[in-house]
Ligand binder design. Structure first.
Ligand code: FAD
Ligand code: NAI
Length: 466
């Protein structure tokens, strides 16, 4: 079988790349070793986690939020199998959607493990061991990432789980200990707390959400604590032993000191993800990887071996589905002789907790470090009419604009629906817009998004409602 392009991996980076390449007339195949398409994101990541985040949020609303609006529903009852069923149906609809899109775009799919045997040759090993070799002009590696293991804490996906196991628990743990106060820890910790678990998060650093704007992370931590999540910062887990009663963790101060034992019914290990290249044959064909195991690429997604490219979680950059998708589109366009492009300065990041946390561009700390002079405009949701009506006044919007040019360099939002609101900032930044541009754009009233405009007005100290 001979192709213009073979994509290895059908996650957001791979499947989107294949579709765009097929749209542009390239004869394209995808190799996927999972039984379903869509990668980590659709099968065990973005999609199932959001199904459980939404369902658990509804459960919490029914229990606490609705009464304050004058809606009495009595104590809600959890039907966990039904909630998990909703998650499974959501995943199925999405992964089947990708299969449909492959057919529609006449993309050949090969289920099996892909291995590059030479430039232009991908060997596919099916489950039963049968091997097929695909010949191709170009190969795109989009094999994604996998859970980062923690020494001394063996994941069994029952008592000591990764995100995958945490999406599958068959009962609500009495006490859940999360290792890592990053995105997964906070999202999945929130799910199980809402459903009744006592949740403690153990984090190595002295802050949560490293990489996010400091002020945003601090505010978020306060809000999570108010919801009942406990944080143990500046602490490291050095061992975990599962037994009949649960799990006993050994925890030490990050800086060193006396060890302590912490009990849990379930432990979620969420200390990051690492690039996945096992069995791909990279060493044999001489594809270079960096010190963290990421496939090394240039700014055209080319590896050091001609004809082999890489995109998504397996390469440098934030491990986000939309970053991978955009890289997939860019490389497909380049392979078809067009000018593919990703603007790495305007990639949003969203934590889908309640409230949501959304961010694009630089944080204050990054600007300070780079010596860039900036103005800050801030606006709290307590001063927004729609937020009051919705009882969603937690959080704020912060706009960071270049002091000399007023160009927006970063926008950070803590608030309900922050993940939807951030996109006007993304588009603004994509067009190199200023705080003044945002401030002069009419925003419908009453909307939460008015707070974004007010924060832009606040850059020039002329917000109306504070
Ligand atoms: P992947 O999605 O990991 O796909 C790679 C695919 O390649 C896999 O299907 C794998 O089976 C296949 N593969 C690997 N090796 C081979 C081989 N040799 N042969 C054949 N196939 C192979 N990101 C967001 O942007 N938003 C979110 O809300 C979000 N939520 C997440 C929640 C969780 C719990 C997790 C774990 C991740 C989440 N992410 C989220 C991150 C997101 O899932 C990843 O950034 C994204 O999936 C990366 O896409 P990818 O295509 O690079 O790789
Ligand atoms: P993460 O990198 O977001 O957070 C890991 C956390 O663990 C960090 O705070 C880190 O300091 C801490 N840590 C590391 N080693 C530790 C140790 N030994 N003990 C205690 N703490 C330790 O990684 P996470 O949450 O596992 O997520 C993995 C990736 O998946 C992220 O890169 C993220 O981008 C992606 N993802 C994205 C989501 C989204 O966009 N909403 C949702 C879930 C995951």
């Amino acid at each position: 079988m001979s192709y213009d392009l073979v994509v290895i991996g059908s996650g957001p980076a791979g499947y989107v790349c294949a579709i765009r390449a097929a749209q542009l007339g390239l004869k394209t195949a995808v190799v996927e070793k999972r039984k379903t398409f869509g990668g980590t994101c659709l099968n065990v990541g973005c999609i199932p986690s959001k199904a459980l985040l939404h369902a658990s949020e509804m459960f919490e609303e029914a229990g606490h939020g609705l009464a304050a609006l004058g809606v009495k529903v009595g104590a809600p009852e959890l039907d966990l199998p039904k909630m998990m069923g909703h998650k499974t149906d959501t995943v199925s609809a999405n992964v089947n959607g990708v299969a449909f899109l492959f057919k529609k775009n006449k993309i050949d799919s090969h289920i099996g493990a892909g291995r590059i045997t030479a430039p232009g040759k991908v060997e596919v090993t099916a489950e039963g061991g049968a091997k097929t070799t695909l010949e191709t002009k170009a190969i795109v590696i989009a094999t994604g990432s996998d859970v980062m293991p923690l020494k001394g804490v063996d994941i069994d996906e029952k008592r000591i789980v990764s995100s995958t196991g945490a999406l599958e628990l068959d009962k609500v743990p009495g006490r859940l200990v999360v290792i890592g106060a990053g995105v997964i820890g906070l999202e999945l910790g929130s799910v199980w707390r809402r459903l009744g678990a006592e949740v403690e998060v153990i984090e190595f650093l002295d802050r949560i959400l490293p990489g996010m704007d400091d002020e945003v992370a601090k505010q978020a931590q306060r809000l999570f604590q108010k919801q009942g999540v406990k944080f143990r910062l500046g602490a490291k887990v050095t061992g975990a032993k599962a037994n009949a009663k649960g799990v006993t963790l050994t925890v030490e101060p990050a800086a060193g000191g006396e060890a302590e034992q912490v009990q849990a019914d379930v432990v979620l290990v969420a200390i990051g993800r690492r690039p996945y290249t096992e069995g791909l044959g990279l060493q044999e064909v001489g594809v270079a990887v960096d010190e963290r195991g990421r496939v090394t690429i240039d700014d055209h997604y080319r590896t050091n071996v001609p004809g082999i490219y890489a995109v998504g979680d397996v390469v440098i950059g934030p491990m986000l589905a939309h970053k991978g998708e955009d890289e997939g589109i860019a490389i497909a366009e380049m392979l078809a002789g067009k000018a593919g492009h990703v603007n790495y300065d305007a990639i949003p990041a969203v934590v889908y907790t309640q409230p949501e946390i959304a961010s694009v561009g630089k944080t204050e700390e990054e600007l300070k470090k780079a010596g860039v002079e900036y103005n800050v405009g801030k606006f709290p949701f307590t001063a927004n009419g729609r937020a009051r009506a919705n009882l969603a006044t937690d959080g704020f919007v912060k706009v960071l604009a270049d002091k000399a040019t007023d160009r927006v360099l970063g926008v950070h939002i803590v608030g309900a629906n922050a993940g939807e609101m951030i996109h006007e900032a993304v588009v603004l930044m994509e067009f190199g817009g200023s705080a003044e541009d945002l401030a002069r754009s009419t925003h419908a009233h009453p909307t939460m998004s008015e707070a974004v405009r007010e924060a832009a007005l606040a850059v020039d100290k002329r917000a109306i409602h504070i």
